[in-house]
Write a protein of this length. Structure first.
Length: 444
């Protein structure tokens, strides 16, 4: 909301009108009257050149927005801290900068806050002349983002191959758990069959290079920066789909797109209370056979005992955005529901715990335009409310929108192309009481 809009100094009708005009000026739909899911677009932006956002909920209830920004020959990883509902950040800072980074619309940095309060983030740095040879470098702040350590390389294989699509998760005290896709060649290992790293749905060619053997790896790092508990979780995965990590009680779930004889379905690997990783298992048996990586991974979230996974698939033809739930630790995932399906749907999902249920985001389709959509889901995965947030041009420049929630408020961020280049935009999402007799109220 701009400084000119002051609901406390004008009538309620004039305030809603002014807020609606601001949303329309941003390309966002005006919500009139309040629905069960309310969108408030932010006028604030990191500025031209910003892209590839990530969002994180802090223990304080604040939200942390991260992004990459190009300035001349440098690329910077930056962040901003927002109190819930704020129209501008109360803190803005830089994590790192460099000229040797791998910068990509689909494979990008993220931040995490650990159980002892440390902040960590990672960047991807090229390791050889090949543009798709890069390593994961972790940075840490022990003073709330005021200063950052020198980068520590996470992958220790020394091979000039892909190490990316990283997920971070607090793992007790000063430890952070990372999982990533790893292209290292094992001694005496045969190449994995059927890989072809080309077209993503609606965004071809996607990550850019030909696929080779790809595995899912994990490691844990503390303040000393030494990778420990290295593990290969799956020896044959899709090569360029996003991963995700979620903690449910004493169980950790790593979700990713598997690869087995050309089938690219979503799988989960569990780490139990004993610290041991279990064998991979399917979240759902879609049977999506595709010669190349779709660059369209899953997202996961946990709310109490319930874990949810959202993902895109084209197993039945047009792309479907699907959701499945696991009701308790150790339990499998139930039948999947479909959030949207149709020609031109792009997927690119994210998921967060929200109130007593979940909040999902994805890129759908409306006519010739891509539409960033959100849906509030109850603890059984049923849609309580759905809202279109913004129309965007289809393609790679809009990247992968990201969201995080604190209680009944969430921050959603995306990349907006424009004549001056890309910039990160964001909006608050709030759950409000639905008017009596409304469709949203009936869904409850």
């Amino acid at each position: 909301m701009s400084a000119a809009v002051r609901p406390g100094s004008m009538g309620r009708g004039r305030a809603l009108l002014a807020a609606g005009l601001l949303l329309l000026s941003m390309g966002l739909p005006a919500a009139s009257p309040p629905s069960a899911l309310q969108v408030q677009g932010l006028d604030w932006t990191p500025g031209p050149g910003s892209a590839q956002p990530s969002v994180l909920a802090l223990p304080s209830g604040e939200l942390l927005l991260g992004w990459q920004r190009r300035e001349g020959e440098d690329t910077r990883l930056e962040f901003a801290r927002f109190p819930a509902g704020a129209t501008a950040p109360v803190q803005r800072g830089e994590v790192a900068r460099g000229r040797d980074w791998f910068v990509n619309w689909a494979d990008f940095p993220a931040l995490a806050v650990l159980d002892n309060g440390d902040w960590v983030g990672f960047v991807l740095r090229t390791s050889a002349a090949s543009p798709y040879a890069y390593d994961i470098h972790l940075l840490r702040s022990t003073d709330g983002g005021q200063s950052w350590s020198a980068p520590t390389r996470v992958n220790d294989d020394g091979q000039a191959v892909q190490h990316g699509f990283v997920s971070l998760l607090p793992d007790g005290e000063d430890r952070v758990l990372l999982v990533w896709l790893d292209g290292r060649q094992e001694p005496h290992a045969a190449p994995a069959p059927g890989h072809g790293h080309g077209a993503g749905h609606g965004v071809a060619p996607a990550h850019g290079h030909e696929e080779g053997p790809m595995s899912l790896r994990a490691a844990v790092l503390g303040r000393d920066g030494v990778p420990r508990q290295p593990a290969r979780l799956d020896a044959d995965t899709c090569s360029c789909c996003q991963t995700d990590l979620v903690r449910r009680g004493r169980e950790v779930l790593a979700v990713y797109r598997d690869h087995a004889e050309g089938i690219r379905d979503i799988a989960v690997v569990r780490r139990g209370a004993d610290g041991r990783w279990r064998a991979p298992e399917a979240v759902a048996a879609d049977g999506w056979r595709m010669p190349g990586c779709p660059v369209n991974g899953p997202a996961a979230a946990a709310n109490g005992a319930v874990a949810a996974v959202a993902w895109p698939t084209m197993a039945k033809g047009p792309l479907e955005v699907k959701l499945a739930l696991s009701p308790r630790e150790g339990a499998g995932f139930g039948p999947a529901s479909v959030l949207e399906a149709g020609e031109g749907v792009l997927g690119r999902v994210d998921l967060a715990a929200f109130g007593g249920g979940f909040l999902a985001s994805w890129i759908g389709r409306e006519g010739e335009a891509a539409v960033l959509r959100v849906a509030e889901l109850d603890h059984r995965g049923r849609v309580r409310a759905r809202q279109d947030v913004v129309r965007l041009p289809p393609g790679r420049q809009i990247g992968h929108p990201r969201l995080a929630a604190a209680g009944d408020q969430a921050l959603l961020a995306w990349t907006e192309p424009g004549p001056e280049g890309t910039r990160v935009r964001a909006a608050w999402l709030r759950r409000v009481a639905a008017p009596a007799g409304s469709t949203a109220q009936k869904r409850e």
